[in-house]
Design a protein around this ligand. Sequence first.
Ligand SMILES: [Zn+2]
Length: 909
Amino acid sequence: MSQQKKTIHIISHTHWDREWYLPYEKHHYLLIEFMDQLIEILEADTDFKSFHLDGQTIILDDYLEVRPEKKKKIKRLIEDGRIHVGPWYVLQDEFLTSSEANIRNLQYGFKDARKWGSLSKIGYFPDSFGNMGQAPQILHQAGIKHAAFGRGVKPTGFNNLVGESDMYESPYSEMRWQAPDGSEVTGILFANWYCNGNEIPVERDLAKKYWDGHLEAMEKYAASDHFLMLNGCDHQPVQVDLSAAIRTAKELYPDYEFIHSNFNDYVNAIDRQLSKPKLKEVKGELRSQHTDGWGTLVNTASSRLYLKRMNHEVQTFLEKEVEPLATFAYLLGEDYDHDILEYAWKTLMQNHPHDSICGCSVDEVHREMVTRFEKSKHMAESLKQATLKKIGAKIDTSSFIQYSNQSVPFVLFNSTGLPKTGVATVEIDFIRSYFADGVNRKSIEEFDLDGYALVDLDGKEYAYHIDDVKIVFDYDLPKHQFRQPYLAKRATVSFEAKDVPSFSHRTFAFVQIAKSTKADERSIAQEANTLENNFLKVEINPNGSLTIFDKQTKEVFPNLLIYENSGDIGNEYMYKQASEDLPITTEDSEASVELIENTSIRATYEIIHQWEIPESAEAMLQQEQQQLVGFNTRKSKRSNKKILLTITTKVSLEKNGTGVNVEVTYDNNAKDHRLRVLFPTTIESSHHYADSIFEVAKRNNVPSEEWTNPDYSQHQQAFVSMHNDVKGITIANKGLNEYEILRDKANTIAITLLRAVGELGDWGYFPTPEAQCLGAHKASFKIFPHIGNRNREIVYHDAYQYAVPWSTLQLPVQTGELSGNYQYFSYKSDHPIAQTSLKVATNKKDVMIRFFNMMDQPGSLEIKANPLIDTKYESNVIEEKVNEWIDKHQINLKPYEIKTIGMIPNRKK
Ligand SMILES: [Zn+2]
């Protein structure tokens, strides 16, 4: 066998952060310059074979927005294989966007790349701050067999450390990367970073020096004879003399083969040569666990937390309300507006690139993000409103006429895939007076809300509480008429809805019958500073912390909800505790406690902490920043000057609540600090669980030996959970993406509420005064005590459910084709599975539902027969048909499998 020449695959690319150390439009200007030049060189130089356009299709949209006349040229270059695009829409942060947002990013990226005429089949994560464990499964399902990433794994070669046999280390830049379900892709780590072939010299002497160093560096990590050399870097302009540089290299090194390559050719070449056993296997999440912990960038999870909260709100709204409700309407024969949803999703996903959602850019970038969140939300709200109206028009409420013609019906939707019990709050207009009829303000003012009872379709009466009544101005915007303004007497009413089935609606009405005064109207706060229902007893301590008694396990959790504050002299990427700084806490403080709501369905205490904290870091920090002193060698302490931080905490318990709701509001006036809330779990365990992307990830409480950073913060999605066989505690959250397990005896869960810093960090000094997050903030979380390992999945379901509110719509008394109580669709599983989406397939007519298996045991799932569904099939994350449906209703799930099911609707006409 003849010795094969070693081949250098030079792949031209640019890593295009759409916004980062410059505002969006300034990078955009440079992008236009860049694309103009790229087209020019590709047309002029046929030796310049091809260019990899950074794995994200959005930059083509960005360019064409300004130069629409270039569309044809670009399409031709893509079809000819000169420009490689996709598979993503944006280069997202994997951990700070939801499971479904990661999938939408791939779906729209695929759709757009195919429209352009080509698709780069590589899971491209060049700059991701760590990689989600299920990425190999997601990519595998999409037919992608390779992933390239820049972070998350430390090959043994780094710093010449040859570690013990450690599952996260690989001797090569190529490795087998396995998802928890066993799906595998070939992982390619940019061991010498994605700039390792940048600016290749043409001139012989310079080229010799360059290549000697670079060839040695590549040989060190490459498992095959094919070396990957990325000709480009962050916002790197095209190297116009690259063809000449390659000619020089060929002359200098006849023993090597140099080709101007692309990822598709490169992965084919390594596949032909690499045998699987040679490569080491890495499993699951790649979070840089085996590094010193100083460069993981995990604290971007707490940078500008207001953005994470907004992102959580909008993505949950799209996934768990708008899409399922639009699917209900679709099953009833209405159109599904793919275009509006694509627009709302894409507008949201423009906030998902790693430098955007991570909060690690300059202030202008993040200001624009706030507007994008609002734009996406407003479009989605309009679609939801229109959808509810269409469904509402079909719902029969005529039976409420039996009480009187003054009955006020409304419908409550559970758009989630889980049954729901809890307090629902609805806004009801008891009387309206349209301007067109001449407003009669007096009749509205005098309208009496007494004498109404709340009943369901069976006539069952519900206790309710009026939270607020006011006279409001509002208007209708009819589809075929001019706007219709009115005044209304509007009440905000709360009641408890119990066991509302998944994917269903229920109809209720306020009717004029004598309200019965029931005996079970026992309020929830019976004793001073105490909340109690059948499941929990919560005591509020003088320092404002909670002691929760779990009636099922008889376990007590004391000292929950202590606030902690420490100095932060780091930057948007990294937390660094101020020098000689001990965190302060509210443990020894005294809080004011007041009962502000106490009904039979819910009670709430308001706890106020008046807390003095240092106003900022010493002035020295600014000098250190300006002098580019690395954050981990800074010496700044916190200032001696104190200012007041007033934290208002509302703690609520519902009648049948299995968790304690907490809403925190405060005005931040301090700089350079971190605020967290602590939950000492008192649970002995070596590990904990965190909700991640299609995975409830099991993580060790103690970092690896190499880890020297005192902070060991981690990412979370919906919750973090600690339990052993006896007891457990799970904290669900809304957009609080960072937590840490404090490795004291109590195994305390610390959740970051705020991180305030003054600079971007990274490669220079970029001041970011708005990253100090001055002003009003809000945080929401829910504390669930539970029984150890046995029923943790029930609590996980409660935690997922916590994020999604009820949807409500007031209706007239009307006849309709649709029953007032109706379940659109249902499934059943005895196994711990989580349902993540219900929508109509992009470009298709089928209804798609997705689940994942939360456990390491196989399970099954039953889709119940339904007149609205014709046939079902097994699908994948890009909504293709994979298998016929074999069993009549049942489908099997492998451990940790992500399962998408396609359903052909039998639409009512
Ligand atoms: Zn980047």
